[in-house]
Ligand binder design. Structure first.
Ligand code: OOG
Ligand code: MG
Length: 257
């Protein structure tokens, strides 16, 4: 039996991101299932690495009910982060480089040690050295920001860019910290880290386990984004965005035209 054209689909998604032009969903038409979708994701990221980008981390997606409800997909997913996606804290990016960017508040972890997918529960305490407030910019390559589960996995879980705020030691409790998303000084989303699988540390264990199933091991020095605590908000040119996490501080970015 001939399976879906992994390289062809990866090529379409890379071209959509490069040209800033949305494409129609493709999973149903090409018979893409979840495993094949992760193969597409691996291939499209491999192409980015071939152009000189470096893998710098892993991101979780749809770890909160607010996000699942917003996009109508209710499975936890994961994607890959490269150095080209990283914006310095307080830095700026061009909205015009994206198709229909949205921003969301996240919690980031810094890896001190390579966790073993075989011992995920013990993993967090020994593998994570620091935590920070973060912003993720997501930008689905599909028209109208709509997709099925395999579509969004193939599209590297809509990863576009990310900002990590100041790192700090992991506080005692991470499971119920207030989270705010502000645009131009106005609070546009309110949530709690409890929304992230009950505790963002659980998102870490899930990420180690799920990526391990696809042969990917997290590495020392990588950033881990635990997933948004609230729904995402459209990013408009000129906007100043801040994500504030209680006890951790804030991360910010500015959107140029
Ligand atoms: C999928 C990516 C979800 C998160 O934090 O939940 C995600 C999307 O919403 O387009 O990054
Ligand atoms: Mg996210």
């Amino acid at each position: 039996m001939i399976g879906p054209d992994i390289a062809g689909i990866a090529g379409q998604l890379v071209a959509a991101a490069d040209s800033g032009t949305a494409i129609p969903q493709l999973a149903a038409e090409t018979g893409l299932d979840v495993d094949a979708a992760y193969a597409v994701q691996a291939e499209l990221v491999r192409r980015r690495l071939e152009r000189g980008e470096r893998l710098v981390g892993l991101k979780m997606g749809l770890t909160s009910k607010a996000k699942m409800a917003q996009v109508g997909v209710d499975e936890v997913i994961w994607g890959r982060l490269t150095d080209a996606m990283r914006i310095p804290d307080g830095g700026s990016l061009s909205v015009g480089d994206f198709i229909h960017p949205r921003v969301e508040p996240e919690v980031a972890f810094l890896l001190d040690r390579q966790p073993d997918p075989g011992e995920p529960v013990a993993g967090f305490a020994t593998a994570v050295r620091a935590v920070a407030p973060a912003i993720e910019l997501i930008d689905s390559r599909y028209a109208d920001f709509t997709f099925s589960l395999p579509d969004v996995i193939a599209d590297n879980t809509s990863a576009g860019a990310f900002v990590v705020g100041p790192w700090c030691p992991v506080p005692d409790g991470l499971d119920n910290l207030g989270v705010l998303l502000e645009i131009d000084g106005r609070v546009v989303q309110v949530g709690s880290t409890a929304a992230i699988l009950g505790d963002p540390r659980r998102a870490f264990d899930e990420g180690v386990r799920l990526a391990g199933q696809h042969g990917l091991r997290l590495r020392t020095g990588w950033v881990f984004l635990a997933g948004a605590a609230t729904a995402a908000v459209a990013l408009r040119p000129g906007a100043h965005v801040r994500a504030v996490v209680e006890k951790l501080g804030a991360a910010s970015l500015r959107a140029a035209a």
